[in-house]
Every structure is written in C-alpha cells, then in structure tokens.
Design a protein around this ligand. Structure first.
Ligand code: DSN
Length: 429
C-alpha cells in the first residue's frame, strides 16, 4: 500500500522507528496529525510538553529498581534513586504534603494500593456511584474494588446534580466504611473536601481524595486543596497536571509506610523509571507561575464554554461548571450521547459519551457527553473562542440527528483551520 499524506511516516521525527518499523511509525505519525488537527475535548486528556515527552522516552526505561531510593533490590541505582527522589521532593513541595509515592502505574493501581493499605477483603468501603460521576475503583460493582470489598455508594441530588452531604453523612454513619473516596470522573463542581473530612472523622473512616481530574487545578490554585482534610490523596499525573500516564499517592507521614508497602511489594513490581522521570519534569513545570495562569485559564474557558452551550439551549448537569469539565445531558435534544459523540468525532471534535445522573439509558449507550478544556487551553485557546466551539458542538449535534455528513465535514475543516493556528505542545507539526 502506498502511504497517503496522512499515513506517510515522518522520517525526520522518528528516524529509528521509521527504519525499523515503518508500519508502526506511520501510525504514530497519523496520531500526531490527528492530535494536531482536532479539537480534543476529553476532560481527562491533555498535551504533555516536549520535555515530558522526551523524559518518558529515555534509557531510564532499561532499568529495574524494585524498592525505594536507598532501599532497592537491584544494584546500579546511582541515577535512578536521584530521579525518583527529585520526583518525590517536587510532589511534596508542589502539593504541600509530607509524603509522596510516585510509583503507581496509573490511577486504578494507585487506588487499589489504598485499599490494600487500609482495608481487608469483605470490608465496607464507600464512594460515589460510577453513573453519578464517580470512578470504577471507588467501590463500583464490576470493579475488583466492588467485588472484593462491600461497596456502598452515594450520588448526587436529582434536582440539582449536587452532592447531598446529609445523605453522605447518614450513609457513612449507618455503614461505617473503612475507607471513603471523594472525587470522580464526571463532577463539574468544586469538591467540598472539608465536608467530606468531617464526615469521615465522624464515621471513623480513612478519607481518600481522588483528585486525578483536578490535580493540575489544585497545583495551580484554581481548585481548593484536599491536603488539610484528606488522609490520602490519590491522583493520576496525566490529566490537568499535564504529565505522563502515571499516578501518585500522597499523605501525611503517619500513612507513609502503609502506602509504600501497599504499592511495593503489595501490588506492583519495578517502577517505570522513565515515567517517574517524566513526572518529575511535569511537577517542575507545574510549579512555574505560567502553570497557575494555565490552571485558571482552564477554568475560565470551561465556564465560558458552559455559558455558550447554555445559551444554545443545551442542558448541563448541575447547570454549569466550577472546574475543567462539563457534563451535557442530551435527553432534551433527543440525540443519544453515543450518536452525538461519534458525529462530533467525525467533525474533528473529540469527546466521550457519558452517563448522566439518573440516566435511563445504558452505560454503553448513555444520554450524555462529557467535555473539558485542559487540552484546548494547553494550545492557547481562550474565552473568546468558546462561542465558536459551542456553535460547532450545536451544529454537530443537529447534524448527528439528521445524519448530515456534509455538515460534519464542513465543521471538521473549520476546526482544522482554527487548530492550525494553535500548535500543540510536544507536536511540532
Ligand atoms: N478514564 C478516566 C477518565 O476519563 O476520567 C478516569 O480514570
């Protein structure tokens, strides 16, 4: 097959890969082009910097280093120990915590390590239900955390889409969970860590703040920090924090040993040192004044986009957003979330279909779509662009309803035109 313009490997960018495996190189090249040309609105995604990208592709990945700095099961750790210590020290300084573990492979293993540290199989654990905006690992039935533990779940109120803290408190005092998770994957509003902290204390539970979605906003001062209230903070490193795909657990010193033991040897083997290095770089970037500007711009863009969508007649869960994320309920438009998401994808606007609270449709074919502003803000789009984005979304949802492919194609060209003026970090196309 002759490669087309969009599959032609860029030999200059990946010379070794192109020589060794042109098929794979062509796919990487195509993905670079896709990420450059489209409007990426999945709220858990971002663009890492060229420095983070470089760090994650280094020879550090050749090294085994089970254990922790100064206490390894393999020799030759002169550099690896320093890499991990840098990452740990930067995490502690950025978030103002006493302890940080940067080894979890990703968010789900990080959360599993928390259960391993503080609960035993069969214990009761509590978190927000997945269809309400929680996460699989917060005790949802199909996850190991809802199978090996007895998961009890809270939600949001039907009428306003907000957490009912009286309900959370009643449930916690009735069920006495060992662990309470707060945070989630589809929560457009500020998380009241103080309220959760009070409930957890009253119930005698360990409070875990899963801040994966908002870690960058917290680091940049655009969302309150859970540090004074949570026993453990769990986060991925690749969402608003703009690092590589990985995770961290943070806590006060009193929980350090239990968490470290749970991550290794409890759950994982050797840490992915190339990822640890890239986390260190991302944490350094997140400590710069420009990152504070970025975090606040993410929120300003999301609020402006929410306003523009409301003005075009869309129904947003909780009526808007305080953070980087907007959950759109398309029920009134009579367009299923999946049909809308696929049409938007064809229009060059990448989102994911998502359940909305009290959804009457199935999780794989739900009523909503979830959108967010971390990626577009990384490319430099600002509040003045948000009415245009809302227009494209409205036109694409209408086109989805009518199966109007030419309209989607027109939007795709308009999107690509705008994005060509805003180069993506890490993608010198
Ligand atoms: N899969 C992530 C998200 O998209 O929110 C959560 O783990």
């Amino acid at each position: 097959m002759t490669p087309t313009a969009s599959t032609q490997p860029a030999a200059g960018r990946h010379p070794a890969l192109t020589a060794a495996d042109p098929d794979l190189a062509a796919l990487v090249d195509a993905e670079e082009r896709l990420q450059a040309e489209t409007l990426r609105l999945i709220p858990s995604e971002n663009y890492v910097s060229a420095a983070v990208l470089e760090a994650s592709g280094t020879v550090l990945q050749n090294k085994y280093s089970e254990g922790y700095p100064g206490r390894r099961y393999y020799e030759g750790q002169q550099n690896i120990d320093r890499v991990e210590t840098l990452a740990v020290d930067r995490a502690k300084a950025l978030f103002g915590v006493e302890h940080a573990n940067v080894q979890p492979y990703s968010g789900s293993p990080a959360n599993l390590a928390v259960y391993l540290a503080f609960a035993r199989p069969g214990d009761t654990v509590m978190g927000m239900a997945l269809p309400m905006g929680g996460h699989l690992t917060h005790g949802w039935g199909v996850s190991a955390t809802g199978t090996w533990f007895r998961g009890v779940q809270y939600g949001v109120r039907h009428e306003d889409g907000l957490i009912d803290f009286d309900q959370v408190r009643d449930l916690a005092l009735k069920e006495r969970p060992k662990v309470i998770f707060c945070g989630g994957t589809a929560l457009p509003r500020t998380i009241d860590f103080a309220a959760f902290g009070e409930i957890a204390r009253e119930a005698g539970a360990v409070l875990v703040a899963d801040v994966a979605h908002i870690a960058g906003l917290i680091a940049g001062g655009a969302h309150p920090s859970p540090v004074p209230y949570a026993d453990v903070i769990s986060t991925t490193t690749h969402k608003t924090l703009r690092g590589p795909r990985g995770a961290m657990l943070m806590s006060r010193e009193e929980h350090a040993k239990a968490l470290d033991k749970a991550v290794f040897p409890g759950l994982q083997g050797g840490p992915h040192n190339q990822t640890t290095a890239a986390i260190a770089v991302a944490l350094k970037e997140a400590a710069q004044p420009s990152f504070r500007t970025y975090a606040h711009a993410v929120v300003a863009n999301a609020k402006a986009l929410a306003e523009a969508l409301l003005a075009r007649g869309f129904d947003l869960v909780s009526g808007g957003t305080d953070n980087h994320l907007i959950l759109m309920d398309l029920t009134p438009k009579e367009v299923p979330g999946k049909i809308a998401a696929k049409a938007l994808d064809r229009a060059g606007i990448v989102v994911n279909h998502n359940t909305v609270p009290y959804d009457t449709r199935k999780p794989f074919d739900p009523s909503g779509i979830r959108i967010g502003t971390p990626s577009l803000t990384s490319r430099g789009l600002d509040v003045t662009h948000m009415p245009q984005l809302a227009d494209w979304i409205a036109r694409a949802v209408t086109a989805a309803d009518k199966a109007d492919e030419p309209a989607l194609k027109t939007i795709r060209a308009e999107v690509a035109d705008l994005m060509s003026a805003y180069p993506a970090p890490g993608l010198p196309l």
